[in-house]
Design a protein around this ligand. Sequence first.
Ligand code: PLP
Length: 358
Amino acid sequence: MSNQIYFTPGPAQTFYSFEQHLKNALREDVPSISHRSIEFQKIFQFTTEKLKELLNIPEQFNIYFTGSANEIWERIAQNLIINSSHHLVNGSFSKKFYDIAKAYQLDSTIEEVSLGNPFSLSIPIETELIALTQNETSIGFNFPENEISSIFECKNDHTLLAVDAVSCTPSVNLDFNLIDTAYFSVQKGFGLPAGLGVWLVNEKCHEKAIQKQSLGHSIGSYHSLPTLKKFADKHQTPETPNVLAIYLLGKVAQDMLYRGAKQIQNDTLYKSTIIHQAFEEMDWVDPFIKQSKYRSRTVAVGELKGISSSDVISKMKEKKFVLGSGYGSFKESHIRIANFPTHSKEQTELLVDTLKTL
Ligand SMILES: *Cc1c(COP(=O)(O)O)cnc(C)c1O
């Protein structure tokens, strides 16, 4: 592997033990194992058990594997919404989910705030599902835990709460007692190759899918919730899955458990603090999000002054640090720095010191 360190927000630096697990997987012929074999069932069970432990997921939740988080947006639209969902939108990823709901011709509503500002949280009473993004990767916005609790408290009992946890898992603790469904993909915090989505759903979601189907609506086919459940109950997937990716996720989750979720979350906070402090101290960049409680803990976004992101990125690349550019229209005016579990405190301190020499 090269000696560069990727601080890009996804795909990201691979997890430090990835190479070793990949070698082991090849030695154990993991890519050749049949997905209907007992060996695969063991891998499936191992990975889901490690994830439940690492993320503190209650027993009554099911874990399903998909191709991406994008796919899960579509599956939620198919399975969990009959008429309308409500989307809290403050950046490109939260907006994409809304666009998918609209592509399914749902009467979904949107609360869009100007970038970096908090939501007023006026949720339509009749909505079936509220979609929020814990970490809006495009602008580095953190959805605070106490605001997730207030949504939980003011929503109707029948309204499902869906949390995009793609770029905060496992670095931010989620309270699954407040959430009906959450999802992530593995190329962010887990430091694995892209192409695997993980969908967490509770019993209420299953009931909703069955209700939608019984009313004569389509809920999709091989990745509908009842089909996913039928196979997951046997530690299997409906289709031929990416067995290697599921194997690697279990191994990385196990390594993370050795360190402990709490330790990972504390380290995340420390690293995030020193990056944002550096943004405040240096005169060519400011934190894009002004209020610190709304600053992402896993993707620090800096707003540049008098310098373009391509200049910063190429200077840092000479020093072996690969940073992310701004997202979409912010490409040249922002830099984004990932802060995932594989980034050690020492690497992050070195990154900050290097930024200060530019
Ligand atoms: C990266 C990302 C996604 C999309 O993930 P895919 O695996 O590309 O589908 C969705 N939401 C957020 C917040 C993301 O950062």
